[in-house]
Design a protein around this ligand. Structure first.
Ligand SMILES: [Zn+2]
Length: 304
C-alpha cells in the first residue's frame, strides 16, 4: 500500500480504511499471463502486470488518488437512501451483503465523489468502485451521480465519471432500474451548461453499462481491456464460479473491445496527464493566443 499511502489525501485515507494485514504468501496472479506478484508490488505498480501490461481493477480510492495526483482533493458526503427497499433475499439477505461490502471496502456504497483541481481546473470526479458489489448501480449510486452532476454545475467545473461496473443492482428491483434515466437527466443538465462530461471506462465494465455512460459524453477514454464482465443474476451469484477455460474464452472475445466504445484508449500511467489536457481543451476551446494574419499587407497582396 506504499504508493497509495504516499499520495492519498488524509481525508480520503479515512474512508480507504486501514490496510488489511498481509502475510508473506499474499500473492496475486495475473489473470492473463499468470505472473505471480506480491500484493504490495501490484498496488505500487498501479495494478498493472509487469509481464504483460494487463490492467487489473482498481478500487475507487486508488483511482481518485491516481486521477488527482498531488492535488488537494476532497470527498463529498452522498445522500442517504433507504437500504433494501424490497427486503430482498436470495441465498442471503441483501442487507447482509451490503454490510459485508462496507466492512471490506470501508465505504458506504459503490460510488465515491471527490472534487479538486486538475491542472488548475476544478473537476468533479465520480468513481464507481468495482470492489463494492461489482460497482453495481442501485439507488445510492444513482443519487451519488446526480449529486456529482449538481456539484459540477454549481462549481462550473468538468464532470468525470469513472465507470467500472457489472450492471444494475437487481436486488433493488424497479428502484435500481429507474436510476439510468435519472442519471441521464442530471448529466444532460451538465451538458446544457456547456460543461465537459468525460467518461473513463475502467476494468471491469459490462458492455451494457459502457453503452449507457458513453452516449452523452464529450470524450470517452478507455483503459486497455476495460470492457467485458459477465453480469451474474442475484440468485446465481453464489453458485460455483465459471471454469478457467470459460473465463479465458470470454476474456479473449472481449480483448480490444474498448476501441469500439472509446474515442481514445489510454494506458493507466497516462490517465492523469490525458485528463488534464482534455479538460483544459474542453474548458477553453478557443485559440490559446490572438490570431493574427501572416503578413501585415496580406489583404493588399490578395487584391493585387
Ligand atoms: Zn500478466
Amino acid at each position: 500500500m506504499r504508493w497509495l499511502s504516499d499520495i492519498v489525501s488524509p481525508k480520503l485515507r479515512d474512508f480507504v480504511g486501514s490496510p488489511r494485514e498481509k502475510t508473506e504468501d499474499d500473492w496475486l496472479s495475473c489473470p492473463r499471463c499468470g505472473r505471480q506478484t506480491g500484493t504490495d508490488a501490484w498496488i505500487d505498480a498501479l495494478r498493472i502486470c509487469p509481464a504483460c501490461d494487463h490492467h487489473m481493477p482498481m478500487n475507487a480510492a486508488e483511482r481518485l488518488a491516481l486521477i488527482f495526483g498531488d492535488e488537494d482533493y476532497h470527498a463529498i458526503d452522498l445522500p442517504k437512501v433507504p437500504v433494501d427497499p424490497l427486503r430482498f433475499r436470495d441465498l442471503r439477505r441483501y442487507t447482509d451483503r451490503i454490510k459485508e461490502a462496507q466492512a471490506a471496502t470501508g465505504q458506504t456504497e459503490a460510488l465515491v465523489v471527490c472534487h479538486g483541481p486538475i491542472a488548475d481546473e476544478t473537476v468533479v470526479v465520480a468513481a464507481l468502485n468495482p470492489e463494492f458489489m461489482d460497482g453495481s448501480i442501485g439507488t445510492a449510486v444513482g443519487e451519488g451521480l446526480i449529486t456529482a452532476a449538481r456539484l459540477a454545475i454549481v462549481q462550473e467545473s468538468a464532470l468525470v465519471v469513472v465507470v467500472s461496473s457489472s450492471g444494475i443492482r437487481l436486488r433493488e428491483g424497479a428502484h435500481a432500474l429507474m436510476q439510468p434515466i435519472r442519471i441521464m437527466v442530471a448529466i444532460n443538465q451538465v451538458r446544457e451548461r456547456k460543461l465537459p462530461y468525460i467518461v473513463v471506462l475502467a476494468s471491469p465494465t459490462s458492455k451494457e453499462i459502457a453503452s449507457f455512460f458513453v452516449q452523452s459524453a464529450h470524450i470517452v477514454i478507455a483503459e486497455p481491456g476495460a470492457i467485458g464482465v459477465k453480469v451474474t443474476p442475484p440468485a446465481q451469484s453464489e453458485q460455483v464460479d465459471e471454469t478457467d477455460d470459460a473465463k479465458q474464452s470470454e476474456e479473449s472475445q472481449n480483448r480490444g473491445l474498448e476501441n469500439a466504445y472509446a474515442d481514445i484508449v489510454v494506458h493507466r500511467r497516462e490517465l492523469h496527464r490525458t485528463l488534464a489536457n482534455l479538460i483544459g481543451l474542453l474548458k477553453h476551446p478557443g485559440p490559446s493566443a490572438e490570431v493574427l494574419p501572416l503578413h501585415g499587407d496580406a489583404s493588399a497582396g490578395a487584391q493585387g
